[in-house]
Design a protein around this ligand. Structure first.
Ligand code: FES
Ligand code: MG
Length: 585
């Protein structure tokens, strides 16, 4: 654990109290400083408790409605303990909670809002360093995007996975097994009693989803980027080790402030490349593609879909975790967690880059071990030879699309079939089970108007349901296409993130029922068997849908949102350059 102020700093890089950004609020002779000190007395602090100390903002996404973060209200106390121990002054700031379960139409609509809130809160208050507390899907990228844009020292405290689910003698994965048993119910294999029991067992403690879904993928990415305490991302949310990690994060951030170790020194192109390799080798969520591209953008780094495809071809899938594999995050933790996992990838990682905890990643991984080679596979025994995501191109997706091919039935990875097109999700839900559609296992289900603008917010509609009557025939996977995203806990031959999206006139808007579509994952292609002339003819008849929002956040969103291949950031937030620090005085 780091020691006192500046212990690891070289003398010339170490800050003094008067260099602290917060000094402008508290330490000058002016009226404003007097007022800020008086108001801190009002908060109940003596001068010697805070003056001259780094102010550490603890950004907490705790909320009563967010079961993934419900323990963070307490956990912030452990962070504060660490900050006080290291000679800092902790101040907790409640920020927006993005609950994957409850927020509609999707928290993706609000990722950039939390990123803005994070950035502006850090900018407008007397903050020297930040501890970012989150983990449910979008909260990780949102907090890191905002903090990277402001570029101060920051440590991310991952919320931690919930405990493994249980039902009778089965171990359940949140999300993944919800989909599975819902399909069983629809197929008539289980009834209401079983469902009532499952309701109690799917998610049995605070914490984020404990499969390798979006939450675990992004918190692992944060650890791989080097912005957490080593080993933090897999500690179960309710494990006492999570408290200890939170306190260590508090001590660490104070040290980082004195050492001027701002995020831009950690979040380098090499760090993002390593995060890409990590999420692919984990068999992580397709959502990571969008989020890492957006996060890198905030660090001034251009990460592309092709980077993912290139890296995917160099790393095998080594984490035997649901939905692609067998185990859950607690197993992964005791198998060695991310430090153990990264020892499997040392040939592709950039080991000389710094992290918040160590001078180099190499040093951080020294002593890391794998304790269970079924959970964390050896390179010679991967779950899949290639990383979990493939990037597709073709005349339906000129700006790309992604597929998590390791989570699909292999026979569908090279498939040609006739399209059946749904213009909207509600219509699809209403009609998909109608036997009059006469769908077969060969059909290609196409959903449009579910992209960044059309969704809006690119909801996780991408795993279109298999019709009941096909389920009963034993069909469990079909080729599905959309401009939507898919939950990290979902599975199937689902082509996602088609760009440009149909709502803005991407070629997906021109597909008609019966058109033949070929998916060829080996060739990385998705082809619509319709001539260019015919597509041009169809385009002249296409009219853009009217804007959805006339006012409010939705109007800002619709105006500024970028396409999936560039990360769905707001154009005005993705621009390079720093905003001015506010005048204090
Ligand atoms: Fe929060 Fe899955 S619902 S991580
Ligand atoms: Mg999810």
């Amino acid at each position: 654990a780091p020691g006192g102020p500046g212990e690891h700093a070289t003398p010339d890089s170490r800050l003094t109290s008067e260099d602290l950004r917060s000094h402008r609020w508290y330490g000058t002779d002016g009226l404003r400083s007097f007022s800020h000190r008086a108001r801190t007395r009002q908060l109940g602090y003596l001068p010697e408790e805070h003056l001259g100390k780094p102010v550490i903002a603890i950004l907490n996404t705790w909320s009563d409605i967010n079961p993934c973060h419900v323990h963070l209200r307490d956990r912030a106390q452990a962070v504060k303990r660490g900050v006080w121990q290291a000679g800092g002054f902790p101040l907790e700031f409640p920020v927006s909670t993005l609950s994957e379960t409850f927020q509609k139409p999707t928290p993706m609509l609000y990722r950039n809002m939390l990123a803005m809130e994070t950035e502006e809160l850090l900018r407008s208050y007397p903050v020297d360093g930040a501890v970012l507390m989150g983990g449910c899907d979008k909260s990780t990228p949102a907090l890191l995007m905002g903090a990277a844009s402001f570029d101060l020292p920051a440590v991310f405290v991952p919320a931690g996975p919930m405990l493994p689910g249980h039902w009778r003698d089965e171990v359940l994965g949140s999300g993944t097994d919800m989909w599975k048993y819902w399909d069983d119910k629809r197929a008539g294999l289980i009834g209401d009693c079983e469902m009532a029991e499952l309701e109690n067992g799917l998610a049995r403690s605070p914490g984020h989803c404990m499969t390798m879904g979006t939450a675990s993928t992004l918190t692992a990415a944060a650890e791989a980027l080097g912005v957490t305490v080593p080993g933090a991302s897999s500690i179960p949310a309710v494990d006492s080790g999570h408290d200890r990690m939170a306190a260590e994060s508090g001590r660490l951030i104070v040290d980082l402030v004195w050492r001027r170790l701002t995020l831009s020194k950690i979040l380098t192109a090499e760090a993002y490349e390593d995060a890409v390799a990590t999420v692919l080798a984990l068999g992580g969520s397709t959502n990571a593609v969008i989020h890492l591209i957006a996060m890198a953008g905030r660090s001034g780094i251009t990460l592309t879909l092709d980077d993912f495809d290139r890296v995917a071809r160099t790393v095998p899938v080594l984490a035997n975790l649901r939905p692609g594999g067998q185990y859950l995050m607690e197993d992964f933790h005791f198998a060695g967690g991310l430090p153990g996992f990264l020892t499997r990838l040392t040939d592709v990682l950039h080991l000389d880059r710094p992290t918040v905890a160590h001078t180099t990643l190499r040093e951080q991984l020294a002593g890391a071990v794998v304790h269970n080679t079924d959970v964390i596979r050896e390179r010679a025994k991967p779950l899949a030879q290639e990383g979990g995501v493939a990037v597709l191109r073709g005349n339906i997706c000129p700006d790309g699309a992604v597929i998590k091919h390791i989570a699909a039935e292999p026979h569908l990875l090279h498939h040609t079939g006739p399209a059946v097109v749904f213009d909207d999700y509600r219509e699809m839900q209403r009609t998909i089970n109608d036997p009059a559609l006469a769908l077969t296992a060969d059909h290609v289900l196409v959903l449009r108007n579910a992209g960044p603008k059309g969704g809006p917010g690119m909801p996780e509609y991408g795993m279109l349901p298999i019709p009941d009557y096909l389920l009963k025939q034993g069909v469990r996977d079909m080729v599905r296409l959309s401009d939507a995203r898919m939950s990290g806990t979902s599975y199937g031959a689902c082509v996602l993130h088609i760009a440009p999206e149909s709502y803005v006139g991407g070629p997906l808007a021109l597909v008609r029922d019966g058109d033949l579509i070929t998916l060829d994952v080996d060739a990385r292609s998705l082809h619509l068997h319709v001539s260019d002339e015919e597509l041009t003819r169809r385009r002249t008849k296409w009219t853009p849908p009217p804007a959805r929002y006339r006012r409010g956040y939705g109007a800002l969103y619709e105006d500024q949102i970028t396409q999936a291949d560039t990360g769905c950031d707001f154009a005005f937030l993705a621009r390079p350059g720093a905003a001015p620090d506010p005048y204090v005085g």
